[in-house]
Design a protein around this ligand. Sequence first.
Ligand code: WT7
Length: 664
Amino acid sequence: MSGEEALEAQLGEREYYRPPAQFVGQANATDPEIYDRFEDFPTGFEEWAELLDWDEYWDEPFDGSEPPFFKWFVGGKLNASYNCIDRHLDERANQTALLWESEDSEEVRRIAYQDLYREVNELAAALRELGVEEDDIVTLHLPMVPALPITMLALARIGAPHSQVFAGFSADALATRIDDAGSDVVVTIDGYYRRGELLHHKQKADQAVESADHDVDNVLVWTRHGPEDLHEDASWEDGRDIFIEDLVAEHEGDRIQPVSRDAEDPLFLMYTSGTTGRPKGCQHRTGGYLTWAAGTSRNVLDIKPEDTYWCAADIGWITGHSYIVYGPLALGTTSLMREGAPDTPHKGIIWEIAERYDVDIFHTSPTAVRMFMKWGEDIPAGYDFDFRHLTTVGEPIQPEAWKWYYEHIGHGDAVIVDTWWQTETGGHLITNLPALQDMKPGSAGVAVPGIKANVYGPAGEPVAPESGQAGDLVIERPWPGMLQTVYGDPERFIETYWSQFSDTNSDDWRDWVYCPEDGAVYEEDGYFRILGRLDDVMNVAGHRIGTMELESAVAQVPEVAEAAVAARQDDMKGEVPDVYVIPREGIDEEVDIPAKAVAAIEEEIGAFARPNAVIVVDELPKTRSGKIMRRLLENISNDENLGNTDTLRDPSVPEQIRQQVHGD
Ligand code: WT7
């Protein structure tokens, strides 16, 4: 089935589902007038800012005088750590803030709000004594252990932005980010668990610090089991390396006054892949970001303080920042986090945990849903869990997977909420407010209150919804959760997100249109159907991987002359990379080029970006001017019609590769 046929088949079976009455009866957002209130730009957004505690109120909700460098809640002051911890102490000091589960042990950690308060304060005191100052960017390379949110909140407390790098990233990838952020301090851990294996971790920071251009003063090391277990292959440099346990021991009982940050002061960086070159450090501000994380957590995720809420993402990506840490904790709920794989120790573990803690809201990716579906409905049927709300994020969810989820996990009485957003947007932009719209499997939903979304054709003209045509998804008006800039590269910020459809000479914010680089259909009922990336970025199991990054990793292999990456559609992961390589002439035939290519990707990026296949070819399809036609490689990977190849330098090349990949 071609992409278009698949789309039509999907369209044919579109239907609506009413939100279950039990859900509507208790939902946070039940008043449809919220859309009208938020249309009142920019004051409508103040309703979500009011969910936070401000040290000082803002003078203006919005300053659009220097587009696209918009300012939110100008003049306001607040602290994110205070909002996520201190302000809950009066009412819920003993309530669990973070509930931590690990595949490795029976041990569970229940960190009450007052424990979180103590741990965050002690660490903040220790960091400050070490010399971390307001506005120093600290790079973290931490897995899914409580140390990660504790470190983020301790840094937020002293006004030092964090830049957390997903633990699956390699030493090289970590080094690039340390350099870009100019971090003097890096925080890591000895090791962590995945699929029953203890993964050694500190040596990645050792190597990264070694290869980074920037001089790192300190590597702070959390321990998974205790300092005596530091692995042999990790190095230790006295003076530079410090166990956090030792550091914090000197600050027992210390309390640190949360630094009152300007609403516009950065809270964190989150690096993301782009079309070209090095990853971009998306810089998020304190006031607008926290407003958006809290507002959407309340109205889209329907989180209440008494809930047990579980987002199964990794805090190393934006989903975990906004919807494990900042949003849920700002609302004072119990946020569950888990270290380990969803099938370890067994395939029912997710549902076993949901039953054990009576989880109310569960948040995961369509890739995970497809996996649960493959494992079969008998597995969840063995557990007694009862969700009222199920969220998906990261990729389109096929109606078939949606329905399975609705029936076998939601039992027909939970809402299913598809949420479209990006690292750059800070939080949800397209999704239903679940008590207010019908669910429509396969459509991400409508624009969030205050968000002006549209779909444009190539010349920047809106595509009429009744045409059913696809185009570029765009956001026509600023919102508080948006990134401030690309760290250290304002030009790239403009070029990447704004240049396509904005009048970049204008100083009127109304002339600026944000372009997320996603294809979409704006349906007549006001719902958006998201089709996928329009740039050279793949969506692998909900993670963004730039084809350029993969290609330049493979190009490091000395035996490789040229490499091109194509996205192959995958039933489980959405997309997976296929790498096509031309070997250099005269190389030793014994050399295992595919193995070397895979190793290069693992070293440059990380094992999570491992390709589906590496195909060694004699030639790549090229235009007469020598440009590689990746689209044809994509057709080959997906066994689709090659179409007319006459304009190629050598029109026979695609067919040769096709035969090599698929046989005759
Ligand atoms: C890209 C952003 C949003 C946090 C996780 C990923 C794709 C995201 C959906 C959705 C279809 C989606 C888009 C987007 N995407 N959500 N509900 N339906 N596609 O964050 O790594 O910044 O990736 O993920 O292509 O641009 P990210």
